[in-house]
Ligand binder design. Structure first.
Ligand SMILES: [Zn+2]
Ligand SMILES: [Zn+2]
Length: 272
């Protein structure tokens, strides 16, 4: 199985997971053209996309035109009920698709998306309809290949660590450096929002990953750092902070992979 973050920041998010010519997209926060352009080099097109899974209804995760195009292409869109309700409230094309197989509620936290098993866990974030972290699992020769995608969470809720245990790849947000956030020109209320119900800092991301590793039977192949703030963080700081956390945990051998705002990162393959 493979995973690649096609782009990640407060301006757009889209992650593709694929195996044997079948793919699932987590979030569609870019234009259809952007996503299509970056699927091509990895041998994929929208024909191979079995479904789109939405974490929450913020604009950097759901691009309105892309949602309309995805629905028009007949690619099913998956999310828990409250998020689908919000999408229907916001977008006419979603309203038209309500009750059809193109809009698929994730029931009891689970959905089969093509050959992939997708499991949702609610996370705290200030989005109408709520916000979810997902694990995506697929069959592989050695058993089950599992990846976690957890972005946009103010703090790690109870149960999330166990939900993400035994992942071969962890895509987690490492949003801000607390000192850079504090000294930024952002208004106080926004700083407070980011810290409490917005996003994980580099340090909190490190604690989260360490707790997942403690709950896991094996070390992951890679930790991928997503949703890095342009103003209040740098990729170098995020990577260094995560490497330090992993090292302190005796897991310094785990690869830390950076992501980019407007370009895909390297492909991470696992359980081949
Ligand atoms: Zn976001
Ligand atoms: Zn958000």
């Amino acid at each position: 199985m493979h995973v690649r973050v096609l782009g990640s920041s407060s301006s757009g998010n889209c992650t593709v997971l694929w195996d044997n010519g079948r793919a699932v997209l987590i979030d569609i926060g870019f234009s259809l053209r952007y996503i299509s352009r970056h699927l091509r080099p990895i041998g994929l097109s929208f024909r191979e996309v079995a479904g789109v899974v939405i974490t929450h209804a913020h604009g950097d995760h759901v691009h309105p035109n892309t949602l309309s195009s995805i629905l028009a292409l007949g690619i099913p869109v998956f999310a828990p009920h409250p998020i689908l309700d919000v999408l229907c409230e916001y977008f006419r094309e979603a309203r038209k698709a309500r009750g059809t197989p193109r809009l698929r509620p994730i029931q009891s936290g689970h959905a089969d998306v093509g050959p992939f098993s997708v499991d949702a866990w609610a996370v705290p974030h200030d989005a109408a309809g709520g916000c979810y972290a997902y694990t995506v699992s697929g069959e592989c020769l050695t058993g089950v290949a599992k990846a976690t995608v957890a972005t946009d969470l103010g703090y790690v809720p109870e149960g999330l660590t166990a939900h993400c245990a035994d992942s071969h790849v962890l895509v987690v947000e490492s949003n801000h450096d607390p000192v850079m956030l504090e000294s930024s020109r952002r208004p106080l209320w926004l700083k407070e929002r980011i810290r409490t119900i917005g996003h994980l800092s580099n340090e909190k991301a490190g604690h989260f990953v360490r707790d997942v590793l403690t709950a896991s039977r094996f070390l992951p192949d890679a930790v991928v750092l997503a949703h890095v703030s342009k103003e209040c963080n740098t990729n170098a700081r995020a990577v260094e902070s995560m490497q330090r956390s992993l090292h302190e945990h005796g897991a310094g051998s785990v690869r830390v992979v950076e992501t980019f705002r407007n370009a895909p990162n390297e492909t991470v393959s696992f359980c081949l």
